[in-house]
Ligand binder design. Structure first.
Ligand SMILES: Nc1nc2c(ncn2[C@@H]2O[C@H](COP(=O)(O)OP(=O)(O)OP(=O)(O)O)[C@@H](O)[C@H]2O)c(=O)[nH]1
Ligand SMILES: [Mg+2]
Ligand SMILES: [Zn+2]
Length: 304
């Protein structure tokens, strides 16, 4: 018997890095259940497990600090656990080639808030930006830093140093998300050249609304820590927010809400709403408020 870390899951087979450094390709023994949810696979990357090294079976799952879950679709009751025991979440975006929609950023951040997982933003590909793109990137950096999120504006391919990112990832388990083509795999290869991940291709292409099961993989960093790449997962584990709670996950809106006239103000059209006043005078960024309104009214399915 030995303890280890699940670094890859394909739904039925699991790659386990045992604490002695050996890799074991394992299957599950018997039945495991996560209480209350039906999942496509009960064990996920980031899980700590005990394995029987003679038979290469996982015999027990250790308690989790947290786990990020993603429902297969609105109609499905099955869920997929994307990762367990995550320390922080990084969203990589780009202003151009490809441009990440602002609302995508806000969906990601609110989900991280709901999970109470600290989130950071990497704005990549700055070598490609013209003056206008630079201004957009600078604005994004200012807005999100003011709310409290660390933001790193870089070019993973052109910058001679990305040491701030290396330092932020060191020793932690980090979930890395971002729309296809922003440079996630390129970053991982730079952090750990031994990985030689494929880059430049559209991975696991999927159409809007259609669910494709993809399996996140955990990559070790040379200086300690792991990054979980989430190919084909657009948002990450967009959860079913209770409408009356959505504003709790916009920290600056939540802070302001204590000044609203009504304790149950949803910051829509209520009189005496301090949030709308703050938006009107740009103390709260209007695009953040727009994202909030959109989450209050729109179909969340397209961000899964
Ligand atoms: N000019 C420039 N190109 C970059 C930069 N970072 C990545 N790229 C290029 O962008 C393309 C896509 O990068 P990937 O690392 O494959 O993107 P990804 O986020 O892993 O995409 P998926 O795996 O599809 O989700 C590749 O051709 C990279 O060489 C950058 O900072 N500047
Ligand atoms: Mg990739
Ligand atoms: Zn209000």
């Amino acid at each position: 018997m030995e303890d280890g870390l699940v670094i890859k899951s394909t739904g039925s087979r699991y790659r386990v890095l045992a604490d002695d450094g050996m890799i074991h390709e394992c299957v599950l023994k018997g039945r495991f259940r996560v209480s209350g949810v039906r999942t496509t696979s009960p064990v996920a990357v980031g899980d700590r497990v005990t394995i029987d090294t003679r038979e290469n079976v996982i015999t027990s799952l250790h308690p989790r600090r947290n786990y990020i879950i993603r429902r297969a679709s609105n109609l499905s009751r099955e869920s997929q656990i994307i990762a367990a025991n995550v320390d922080q979440a990084f969203l990589m975006i780009a202003v151009t080639m490809p441009r990440t929609p602002i609302e995508f950023i806000d969906r990601f951040l609110t989900t991280a808030e709901a999970y109470r997982i600290p989130a950071s933003i990497i704005i990549n590909k700055r070598d490609l930006y013209d003056d206008e793109d630079d201004a957009v990137a600078a604005r994004i950096e200012i807005v999100y830093k003011k709310i409290g999120y660390p933001v790193y504006t870089v070019s993973v391919t052109a910058d001679s140093s990305i040491s701030q990112i290396t330092a932020a990832l060191k020793g932690k388990i980090t979930l890395l998300s971002g729309n296809s083509g922003v440079g996630k795999s390129t970053l991982l290869n730079r952090l750990n050249p031994a990985l030689s991940l494929r880059t430049g291709e559209i991975s696991e292409y999927h159409e809007q609304g259609r669910h494709v099961t993809t399996f996140p993989e955990m990559h070790p960093l040379p200086e300690g820590g792991y990054v979980i790449d989430t190919p084909g997962i657009r948002g990450f584990g967009v959860i079913d927010f209770d409408r009356s709670e959505i504003y709790h996950f916009f920290p600056e809106i939540f802070r302001r809400s204590s000044e609203c006239r009504f304790y149950n103000c949803l910051h829509l059209a209520e009189p005496g709403c301090a949030v709308r006043e703050a938006v009107a005078c740009n103390e709260i960024e209007p695009w953040r408020y727009k994202s909030y309104i959109s989450m209050m009214t729109e179909d969340n399915d397209k961000y899964r």
